[in-house]
Design a protein around this ligand. Structure first.
Ligand code: ITT
Length: 183
């Protein structure tokens, strides 16, 4: 069995990745050792640098996941700062910032970085287009899920459906296709 170490502090991300990678016989093991997060506007260089750093540190093939919510009416905020903003403001205050705003469009992005020790990292990105809800709805998922709506339901109101249409699912599908060709 092949094992990929997933370097993240976020157990929800690991659960979603396991749902997709385990059926292929890939063991996903969480490691919370962290990696330096570059200050960049784009997620790709953050994931790429993180994966390379972590694979060399752990001397094992690793994956990392850098995600962000890009709200159109807020010029892409919080984007690469999504984790910091979620910790400091949370969903309630994001909704406050969006009060009276008719343009609710937002994109969730996920970039998976993968690297083997001594090699260059490869990145796989996925996006989900949706809307910022007008209230917090649903208790499923994590993070921004209760305010991110796709097709009328928030990710927080979904059960398995999130993992069939999310930004992470789409990035993981590309990762899986690559893994199948590069065992
Ligand atoms: P690691 O960096 O340790 O992997 P993190 O939770 O800090 O974990 P990010 O830096 O990628 O992850 O931050 C993204 C933020 O967006 C963070 O607050 C997450 O909770 C949130 N987030 C990421 N994916 C999400 C998803 O699928 N649904 C809802 N919120 C999500």
């Amino acid at each position: 069995m092949r094992k990929i170490i997933f370097v993240t502090s976020n157990a929800h991300k690991v659960r979603e990745a396991k749902d997709i990678l385990s059926p292929l016989g890939i063991i996903v093991e969480q490691n919370n050792c962290g990696y330096p997060e570059l200050q960049e506007e784009e997620l790709e260089p953050i994931a790429s640098f993180g994966a390379k750093h972590a694979s060399n540190k752990l001397n094992h093939e690793v994956m990392v996941d850098d995600s962000g919510l890009f709200i159109e009416a807020l010029c892409g905020f919080p984007g690469p700062y999504s984790a910091y903003v979620f910790d400091k403001l949370g969903n309630k205050r994001i909704l406050k910032l969006m009060e009276g705003e008719e343009n609710r469009s937002a994109i969730f992005r996920c970039v998976i970085g993968y690297c083997r020790p001594g090699e260059e990292a490869i990145v796989f990105s996925g996006e989900a287009a949706g809307k910022i809800a007008r209230s917090i709805r649903g208790s499923g998922g994590f993070g921004y899920d209760p305010i991110f709506e796709v097709g009328g339901a928030t990710f927080g109101e979904m059960e398995e459906e999130k993992n069939m249409l999310s930004h992470r699912y789409r990035a993981l599908v590309k990762f899986v296709q690559w893994l199948k060709l590069n065992r």
